[in-house]
Design a protein around this ligand. Sequence first.
Ligand SMILES: *Cc1c(COP(=O)(O)O)cnc(C)c1O
Length: 435
Amino acid sequence: MTDETEAELTGAAPRRRPKASVEKIGGRKLKPSTMMMGHGYDPVLSEGSLKPPIFLTSTFVFPSAAAGKRHFEGVTGKRPGGADGLVYSRFNGPNQEILEDRLGIWEGAEDALAFSSGMSAIATLFLSMVKPGDTIVHSGPLYAATETLIARILGRFGVHWLDFPAGATREEIDAVLSKAASGNVALIYLESPANPTNALVDVEAVAASRDAIFKGAKPPIAIDNTFLGPLWAQPLKQGADIVVYSLTKYAGGHSDLVAGGVLGNKEHINTIRLMRNTIGTICDPHTAWMLLRSLETLELRMSRAGENAVKVCEFLRTHPKVEHVGYLGFLEEGSRQADIYNRHCTGAGSTFSLYLKGGEKEAFAFLDSLKIAKLAVSLGGTETLASHPAGMTHLSVPEARKQALGITDNLVRISIGVEDADDLISDFEEALKAV
Ligand SMILES: *Cc1c(COP(=O)(O)O)cnc(C)c1O
């Protein structure tokens, strides 16, 4: 049934915009970078405006009472897939829907959801999937706020957790999943590469282990792809079911917004959407509009940042004041991590760990001497950022755990931006003279 005939029969309004615009030309499937300019938006519906207007409204007018009822069937989950039309801005809006259509394209996901932050995306995912007594099995370490959410907050509601190290082998993953399988595993949650160790998770091994150990209902595998996605890693292809993003980082890419995203098949996305509809963790229309702007240059920005990082890391790795550069482009050929990298990644990203010779004094002298790179936490923006994990993001982590994770006083975290690579190298070269 076409949208139009269905609409006539039910009295619902036809979709107010084409679900998909041009996806193919002459049999050629268009690339995501091309589709970011027009997909999901019809200028005819907005006075010919080339760019979508920002829809600042809290609610939407129904064309008829029957249409309103039908929309609510979608919002409340009586009918899966969300509302056919727009209802109320806690549920969705035009800017967010266009964003969701475009976000899904990068990883070939069936559906996607936009959120007010990476953490609200992760929290909504967890709340939609777990109940008291369930276990979340996760790779470790995770982004600090995600660890807090699992252990301290969900723990208060009787949710358990078990973890394995990010670089774990199939045998080590099997051992943890087998142990967890005696209880009810609601979700397997991964983050790759782990921060700041850069250890990659073998998603293929996790999926194979899950399929071997869980004979009946299989817990979904969700993965935080903020560091490498969507350009350099697409974990749905390795068997993950749900991909999570802090869109604040590379996807937003200009260090001027906070947002999150979740991608996956329709069934999982419908489950998570119902929770988002209930608690209102959707991003606002202005942020969605900003992200549409960002996605148009995502491939350009990430490609340039990745190329810059190769050059900067090549310079740093041979510098006499540098002890070690923890960068995915320098994995030892033949190592297990290199094997995962070759199977899972198409690029090494632009965020890495720089270990200087010395300790906090040397690290601080270096950081305080940088002129182009800004001293700030976060990553994935157009500008290069540098920070000191031991003294900043991981300050409250107990000493023993810091040592285990390699968060030493001589560690500097760097996220390379899209500046001129030689200018960046000069900045690092001069700053190293001050050490
Ligand atoms: C930043 C970040 C988050 C949290 O995202 P916010 O947008 O700050 O809420 C989650 N995971 C990773 C890997 C991140 O880098």
